[in-house]
Design a protein around this ligand. Structure first.
Ligand code: ADP
Ligand code: ADP
Length: 229
């Protein structure tokens, strides 16, 4: 499993406005780093830099010590699995939706992903297992079920790095707890960045950084940040 690091990363969308201001952090191989901060702090910008939608103006982003400036977007997409806040689901079968982005994945892989995402109860409830339609005109999935499809979609690619981008922000509290338990399980053994705006959803992270205006405001474990107030 790779390590991940930001080294003095400076970035602005416009030359006269710095969004990330010399940001440095390290995610040791196999560990989970959570990044919290208010809206506008720069969290999504970090995600965009990771996938090289933009490159930093200063500093480096390193995966296993290698500057990603020399890595293609396709390779990054293969290495980094993202679980977004709202996955896009298509009006097609569950299997299609899970394998989306990993076309050619065989049924055994899709099923294992569904199992690891705890989707099997849903799959087994269905008359024709994977042949069931989801989406607007088909069977309606709950918010939690949709997130499990998104998780399974990520697992099909078995990425060594995970980016959880507000992955539970759209869910009610109880569903959130269930999805958090699944995310904690799939993050085990992977190098994970969890982006969130509430501390309560990232209690399990090995380390947390609080981002404010593109700078690290404070960092520590969940317990340390709580006692710091
Ligand atoms: P967060 O994810 O923490 O809410 P973002 O990374 O989305 O923060 O945004 C950080 C800052 O960058 C905000 O002030 C936002 O308005 C600005 N910003 C985001 N995207 C763009 C863009 N494409 N062009 C210009 N400014 C942007
Ligand atoms: P935003 O905060 O702008 O709404 P998202 O939270 O959906 O954006 O995603 C944050 C960033 O993660 C995106 O700007 C993009 O860089 C990356 N991203 C989102 N979905 C994917 C995807 N399917 N494949 C690769 N990168 C993605």
């Amino acid at each position: 499993r790779p390590s991940l690091a930001f080294e003095n990363v400076a970035f602005g969308y416009d030359p006269d406005r710095q969004i990330l201001d010399g940001l440095s952090f390290e995610v040791p191989a196999g560990s989970t780093l959570a990044i919290v901060g208010p809206s506008g702090a720069g969290k999504s910008t970090i995600a965009r830099l990771l996938f090289r939608f933009y490159d930093p103006q200063e500093g480096r982003i390193l995966i296993d010590g290698q500057d990603i400036a020399g890595v293609t977007q396709d390779s990054l997409r293969a290495a980094i699995g993202i679980v977004p806040q709202d996955a896009v689901l298509f009006n097609d079968t569950l299997a299609y939706n899970i394998a989306y982005g990993a076309e050619g994945a065989d049924n055994a892989v899709i099923k294992r992903a569904a199992r690891d995402a705890a989707l099997m109860p849903l799959v087994e409830r269905l008359p024709e297992r994977f042949a069931t339609t989801v989406g607007e005109r088909g069977m309606k999935l709950s918010g939690g079920e949709k997130q499990r499809v998104a998780i399974a979609r990520t697992l099909v690619k078995d990425p060594p790095i995970l980016l959880l981008d507000e992955a539970t922000s759209a869910l009610d509290t109880r569903t959130e707890q269930e999805i958090l338990a699944t995310l904690k399980r799939i993050a085990r053994g992977r190098t994970t960045i969890a982006i969130a705006h509430r501390l309560s959803t990232i209690a399990d992270a090995d380390r947390i950084i609080v981002l404010d205006h593109g700078r690290m405001h404070e960092s520590g474990t969940h317990g340390e940040l709580l006692t710091a107030g």
